[in-house]
Design a protein around this ligand. Sequence first.
Ligand code: SF4
Ligand code: SF4
Length: 670
Amino acid sequence: MLTLAEKIIFTGIVLVTVGAFALPVVQRIRIMAAGRPERRWIAPWTQITGALTKVFFQRCTLRQERIATGVIHFFIFYSALSFDTMTLNHTLEGFFPGFFLFGSSPLGLAFSALIDAAAVLVLVGVAFLAFRRFVIRPKAYATTRGDSAVIYIALILVTLSYVYFEVLSIAEGHQPPRWSFIGTALSGLVQGSEISAAQVKLAWWVHILLVYGFIIYVPHSKYFHMFAGPANVLFGERRSGRRLRPLDIENSEVFGLEKAPDLTWKDSLDTFACMECGRCQDACPAFASDKPLSPKMVLFNLERHLLAGRKAIIAKDREALGPLCPDVHSPDEIWSCTTCGACQHVCPVEIEHIRKIVGVRQSEVLTHSRFPQELSAFFRNVETNSNPWGIGFSKRGEWAEGLDVPLIADRPGAEYLFWVGCAGSYDEEGKKSSRALASVLKAAGVDFAVLGPEEKCCGDSARRLGNEYLFQSLAAETMGLLARRKVKKIITLCPHGYNTLKNEYPVLAETLTSLPEEGRAWIKSIRVYHYVEVLDELLAQGRLPLNRLQASGLTFHDSCYLGRHNGLVNEPRRILQRIAGDGLLELGRNKEHSFCCGAGGGLMWTEEKLGRRINHLRAEEVIRSGAGAVVTSCPFCTTMLRDGLKDKTRPDIQVKDLAQMVAEATSGKN
Ligand code: SF4
Ligand code: SF4
């Protein structure tokens, strides 16, 4: 089709396009390569098959959060793949006249029909997305409207120019109709007009130049997620929020994320993979309560910072770069996160927000001693008395008075250690739950003991507030103690203790030099359960005699660290069903999609001064459900919901701890 001169020009255009596309891609790769190392190639086969399944079945976007957008994305994804193949076809056609992938074989005929179907789907999909973005204008989309507009216009122009070329080709006889149903139908409109080969060639040039222009634009836009997104899924760790990386306190010169070079390559990849969909922002309790935190903007601003500072990052010129806080993230932003994990749970490309936010907190706390003023008392209390209230550590076991609960020191072979936690030991309501759980375990004949005054704070809040030094000190002492006492199984009252002991101690144990080798192995072998798992099992085995409670109008609030971070959503519901019957009223956001109570991430110990209170939002949801009582399985959630309902003048809606309810049902008190 092209003359020799045109072929030479076209070759030049192809090379320029490849170069213009590759340059920003290489820049991003160099930024990542300059990042700190991180091992993410752990189980290659599982990672590859997992990523392929998620991408090709579009499990990333076909999810409950935005199902209509997910379906449209599915069609656009496959249409884009089809068009990419067709672009290859058109490019080769420039050099080899009449070239058509798969020729006139059945596959070639089907391919021609597929491309026409893709053209329709792209136009419909873009119309849907453009309507959403520019007419409905949800907050989640309020970042790069110009970028979106360019992408939509480019997709429309590329598609229409393809159809135009196809119509002229068929009408002129340059291309056999195959099964190109749109091209064939529309070519009827121009039949009778004299279509020349020059017009067909011009249409080809217009289409190919538009396509190449779009290819050059892609790496500068959020559309780049079509490459970085699958890569991020390949190296992703979906539940990384429940297991933060230990800092090397002894050997590090920098703690946490102070400047861009402190990010790992995966952190940088996260920023390039963001498609700015805003699903994370929609799910974020901090954003919903009008605080200055949007997980989407955390990523968006970080990406801008990396690209703007790329020369210094690649040259490893640390001095030339400003601090992440406050240059990229404001203090109010990073201290508003409850580490609830809702953002990560809904992110289609598995971006890990929490470790970036906590990483900045670590730098603020450990390097600069900058944190909300009220945390001074919290850190001091935990340091001196190993609990947030600063009550004497010797009083830790007083909750069990009169219950005849043995200390593990006196009963070294006990099957379970009951890890009571700070709230279960010192908070009045928490103590009731501890007593309830202890009495239920005794009623079921479970062999357990407690640490009593030897128990210390697990360190969850300290860690998520950025005080990794305090966390590691507490964890080292506790791990040494657990190993010395030869603890094999642990039952926890609190989901935060559960998560820390189960998911974080074994990882920390690997790196902690103060722990002897056999101690490390011991810690990794301990099995940790939250009480909902144990009670669910005991009830299933018929080991707890039950009197059904006359409770109706119950709803259940899933704690973030039990439900979303650890997937324990069915166990509490089964328990409730056994003790109170069917008819649980589900809250609007439930199970893995639950809405935070506001206490996670150590925010239990800070003043919630900005925006609305998160527990008020959740309390409103409880009120809307019409439930007469809300059941929880976390002492923090119990406190937050009770306060929230009181503030909302609905103290009549009871907040019940599940352990206390089971105790009531098993003791016959009703
Ligand atoms: S972890 Fe929760 S509070 Fe923090 S940014 Fe994500 S959604 Fe928001
Ligand atoms: S971080 Fe994930 S969920 Fe949030 S805007 Fe980016 S791609 Fe969407």
